[in-house]
Design a protein around this ligand. Structure first.
Ligand code: ADP
Ligand code: MG
Length: 381
């Protein structure tokens, strides 16, 4: 799929900018704090209906303005989409929190954000993605869960249902003082927790296996056959590894039962897939703990490419690839690998970089569209 054009009005530090994109490679060059990441963010927001950088969407509107427009045209499976997003600051003086109104239209029809989310899933790679390897389990779960949602949209509902039941179970543990009454109610919640939690665990195991299949070759190429990458699911629910529905349900029920006293004491649910994690292993070494910065970066790159290939397999075409500031962080071998990969595939890519120096050596870059970004203005070269 491609994003053909975009028009930004009062988005971040842009007053009004219209850009026509290349089907293949688009490069944004500029010094720090000029608006390169803002462009990547605008393309992402146009396709997903919300930003990856901030939850506070009033930040997307130019500081001196009340509203912002994101207008764009995209193409997927030979269908054309005209996407318009209006962000309006509806700040009221009597309210402390800033409020925003968002109106999404696709081909002139109102749409919900969920519509965009199900339709378009660009793959984005930023320096912060190193956190997938280095940071807390919740960030790793989010990365995996998002891949699963893109492959199997109904999974998002399972997650929502699970979290709702989990919330209700925790409210019960927090508020109810009578132990007998807790016991009676818990058995109702536990049945649901086990059912939904098992669904989640099985999806995660299945998709991790898919990722493992895809990522292995890519990562071996990236490390000149020196390293083998493997993701391993660590569930606090599974006392022994299994994918079998019934076996997982039995284990889950048992571990909930065994942790009941602890849950009473701590007034929360201490076991379940909301606490699960997975390790990212290279040659049996946990990269999150022992990996060098370079190894971690390589692993994330391999994971992102695997994600790209998995979406391609599902949709029969590549989603756009957004690379913010990542080229400068890769050594020349990995950079060449990435450029080659982009070149060989029918894949639309958006790259930001401080300068072109590193890139002009690649012939293919000469045929790409190059944009200069300076202080909220964009000029095609
Ligand atoms: N809502 C906003 N209104 C105006 N300027 C903004 C807004 N949000 C961010 N900026 C500014 O946009 C500038 C460019 O940001 P960014 O795209 O991250 O730069 P870079 O080119 O380094 O990627 C920053 O100086 C930032 O202060
Ligand atoms: Mg930036």
């Amino acid at each position: 799929m491609n994003v053909n054009k975009i028009k930004l009005i009062h988005f971040r530090n842009f007053l009004e900018v219209s850009l026509d994109f290349d089907d293949s490679l688009n490069i944004f060059i500029g010094d720090n704090a000029q608006g390169k990441t803002n462009i990547i963010e605008s393309i992402y927001t146009l396709l997903r209906g919300s930003s990856y950088r901030t939850k506070d969407e009033y930040n997307l509107i130019n500081w001196h303005e009340k509203q912002s427009y994101l207008l764009g045209e995209a193409e997927k499976e030979r269908e054309h989409f005209q996407i318009n997003i209006l962000l309006q600051n509806i700040d009221k003086l009597d309210l402390l929190t800033k409020r925003i109104k968002k109106i999404i239209k696709v081909n002139k029809k109102y749409q919900r954000r969920a519509w965009l989310k199900e339709k378009f899933y660009p793959v984005i790679f930023t320096p912060e993605d190193l956190q997938i390897i280095k940071s807390t389990p919740s960030i790793r779960r989010k990365f995996l869960d998002e891949i699963i949602i893109n492959l199997t949209p109904v999974y998002e509902q399972y997650l929502k249902d699970y979290n709702r039941v989990l919330y209700q179970r925790n409210v019960l543990l927090k508020t109810e003082r009578n132990k007998n009454s807790i016991d009676k109610h818990l058995s109702i919640w536990d049945k649901k927790i086990v059912e939904l939690g098992t669904l989640i665990i099985r999806h995660r195991i299945k998709v991790l296996q898919l990722i493992n299949k895809k990522v292995k070759d890519i990562h071996q190429l990236l490390t000149k056959n020196k390293e083998t990458l493997k993701l391993k699911y660590n569930s606090n629910v599974l006392t022994s590894f299994t994918e079998d529905k019934q076996e997982i349900e039995v284990m889950f029920q048992e571990i909930l039962e065994n942790n009941k006293e602890k849950d009473y004491r701590l007034k929360m649910t201490t076991v379940g897939p909301h606490r699960d994690d997975y390790s990212i292993m290279s040659n049996s070494v946990n990269l999150g703990i022992y990996g060098s910065q370079g190894q971690q970066r390589t692993a994330v790159l391999a994971l992102k490419i695997a994600e790209l290939e998995m979406i391609k397999e599902k949709d029969q075409e590549y989603p756009p690839l957004l690379l913010d500031d990542v080229l400068s962080e890769l050594d020349s071998y990995r950079k060449l690998f990435l450029i080659q990969l982009i070149k060989e595939r029918p894949l639309q890519t958006f790259i930001t970089s401080i300068d072109l120096h590193d890139l002009t050596q690649y012939d293919f870059v000469k045929h790409s569209k190059i944009f200069k970004v300076k202080n909220g203005m964009v000029e095609e070269q």
